[in-house]
Design a protein around this ligand. Structure first.
Ligand code: CP3
Length: 448
């Protein structure tokens, strides 16, 4: 037991930078995470996928595996948040919809939902009443809770937490040890990543997410990825009553899915309206935004055991330059901006929303990850500079990490955003993590 702990109360630890920024504050360092940070850009992800040997959506329902994959980019990159390894299609599966992720294609839904009768059949289904049953929903919550156990909370610092509230290396050198959700001993570099991520707060937020009603409906109606979502937009106008039923159902479904994650410990959430940019602003306002607001309202009723409150929500879409204000006014705390929109223009448009200025997230072009160090650094600095015009800025890419991105470039990017020479040195060192397998005697070096 540490002496002195009783007679000198420690200063309270600050909130994690991500939560401070979502609260409209300017933390010591600009928080950064990456959409699709858990995924094919990481060799450790590819190794686990291979070893699991099950389809993507099945893997999402295996809590230890989902937690392990969620934690991989935090250990490696030292990002300011984890994002649950799952998919916007998972709640459809949990409602018994025939959905799969086809490699090289994307989500495929059979049969597609094209007319009023098919909408009626779909909307008779309920979250948690598919073949996976309530166990499927519990698996999502358990995966989130296992990730939070390693990431920590205000009450219980994370596995990598060594710094005291004042940044001192309190406890460092005490040979911290932690087992990953799959039972492997974490190595020193992984603990360093968790520690860099947790920083002075001592813990790292888990971001939960869901697909916005329109993006879910676009997949349901089209049946597969589509360029312009023509069939979905046709249904919207051809049969407004069926559209209302479909969108209301999607809003409840995704709201429930987000609530599952928040109630298991996620402390922030993101609503992905990836395809909202294919709509006219008038259609977005009248026929889409009210349902996004319904989903957000449902999500906001969930209380996170990590923070004791509801989870602030980031509303993200691509090609959304002309609908940023209604996205904000759907109830978002912050708005995510893609690289096709100028960040300064986005900040100005949001300032004109009914809700007034709000924190922004984004918006480095993912293409720049492969453009060379000099070009990338200038773009990162320009993005940080542009972000200063907003009440707060969460650094991110304009869309997901491309599968061929070099992980070392991403770690270096985190160091640059954090203005951390120490983390840049770590980022420059070559490292290959374990693949998540529990250590077996056969894996150990002879004599070790
Ligand atoms: O790291 C993270 O961001 C967390 C996990 C996450 C995934 N999908 C994992 C995933 C998140 C947040 C998503 C969201 C998602 N899924 C969206 C919205 C974001 C966006 O990109 O606009 C959409 C539209 C989907 C639907 C979906 N799922 C697509 C288009 C794909 C890619 C298909 C392909 O083969 O390229 C998926 C599969 C998927 N979701 C993978 C991952 C890691 C790849 C699975 C694999 O092949 O290993």
């Amino acid at each position: 037991m540490r002496t002195g702990a009783h007679n000198s109360p420690r200063p309270a630890r600050p909130a994690p930078a991500l939560l401070a920024a979502l609260n409209g504050e300017r933390p010591d360092r600009t928080p950064v995470w990456f959409m699709r940070q858990a995924g094919r850009s990481l060799p450790e992800y590819r190794a686990l996928r291979c070893r699991a040997g099950v389809p993507m959506l099945d893997l999402c329902l295996r809590p230890e595996w989902a937690a392990e994959i969620t934690l991989q980019p935090v250990r490696r990159h030292g990002v300011d948040a984890a994002v649950l390894f799952s998919d916007i299609m998972v709640p459809l599966r949990l409602a018994g919809v025939g959905v799969r992720i086809e490699p090289g294609v994307g989500p495929v839904i059979t049969p597609p939902v094209r007319d009023a009768a098919q909408v009626a059949a779909l909307t008779a289904r309920r979250y948690g009443e598919g073949p996976d049953g309530a166990a499927g929903v519990r698996a999502i919550g358990r995966g989130a809770a296992l990730a939070v156990a390693e990431l920590g909370s205000p009450a219980a610092p994370g596995a990598g937490a060594t710094a005291g509230p004042d940044g001192s290396a309190e406890g460092a050198g005490a040979a911290p040890s932690a087992r990953s959700p799959l039972g492997r001993e974490l190595d020193g570099r992984e603990l360093d990543g968790l520690a860099h991520s947790a920083d002075k707060a001592g813990w790292t937020p888990l971001i939960g997410f869901g697909g916005a009603p329109f993006t879910l409906a676009a997949y349901l109606v089209e049946g597969r990825p589509s360029r312009d979502h023509l069939a979905a937009r046709t249904l919207m106008h051809a049969d407004p009553a069926a559209w209302d039923r479909l969108m209301t159902w999607c809003a409840h479904l995704t709201g429930d899915f987000i609530a599952t994650q928040v109630e298991a410990g996620a402390s922030a959430v993101q609503l992905f309206d990836s395809w909202a940019g294919s709509l006219s602003p008038a259609d977005y306002r009248a026929r889409v935004a009210p349902y996004s607001a319904l989903a957000i309202e449902r999500a906001r009723r969930a209380i996170s055991p990590t923070t004791g409150g509801p989870a602030p929500l980031i509303h993200f879409g691509t090609g959304t330059a002309r609908i940023l204000a209604p996205m904000r006014d759907a109830g978002a705390r912050a708005v995510g901006v893609d690289e096709r929109t100028d960040l300064a223009e986005a900040i100005a448009a949001l300032a004109d929303s009914a809700g007034g200025p709000c924190p922004v997230q984004g918006n480095l072009d993912p293409a720049l990850l492969g453009a060379g160090a000099g070009v990338l650094e200038r773009a990162v600095d320009a993005c940080l500079e542009a972000g200063r015009a907003a009440p707060a800025h969460v650094f991110n890419l304009g869309h997901g990490v491309p599968p061929n991105a070099d992980p070392a470039v991403l770690t270096g990017l985190v160091a640059r955003v954090h203005d951390s020479a120490a983390w840049a040195r770590t980022a420059a060192e070559p490292w290959e993590p374990g693949d998540g397998a529990p250590e077996s005697a056969a894996d150990r070096e002879p004599g070790a």
